[in-house]
Write a protein that binds this ligand. Sequence first.
Ligand SMILES: [Zn+2]
Length: 215
Amino acid sequence: MQWTPKIVQRQIHARDVSEPNGALPSATADHVWGNVASKRLTNQHKDSAWMAIQEGLPVRAFMHARGLNRYKSCPRGCTADETTNHLFWKCAYTQDLLKALSTELGAWIPTPCITADLVMYGLIPGSHAFRDLQGCWRLLCCFKYVLLFSRNRLVVGKKDTSTLGCRKMIHSLLCDYAALDGSVDDSNDETCRGPLPTGTLEGPLTCCLFFLFRA
Ligand SMILES: [Zn+2]
């Protein structure tokens, strides 16, 4: 057999073992890690999805447990600890943003199917079209990325971001994806609302990771 790079890569991947996640049944590990490593996501969104599942985001509860932060409560005024699950699901701000995105999410899946497992892991009960699942997961990864950005902007920059502002950022990220796909004319796409109004967002999204380690 001639060892081409593709064959070598296939041999290496054949020995891959999915790491189980303590919060999930082992049978779902392959599916979850497949979602996180989806080729339809940018590297930044893969990173934030992976860190969320690994409980590795430097949210307040994580930092407090390691003696790196005085506070562990949610910076948005909730009495609950700021855990990854709180940031991406339980927080009232998060639920408000989900409601604001009900039209966008509803284009892919019915609203009752939106659960914490779907947001965190891309797990959804019942059978759905592959295209819908992929579209929904991409939207939710943009949602998590923007939530993290707005949270870091609040903690580090002391600047609040409205749910409308977050929704516009998500639209902007979806426009980037549409441009990457090359399948949608941005000027006619309903999800593309053009540039953000002045003052809606100060600084590019790319400074998100910069904020991550200073929170
Ligand atoms: Zn909260």
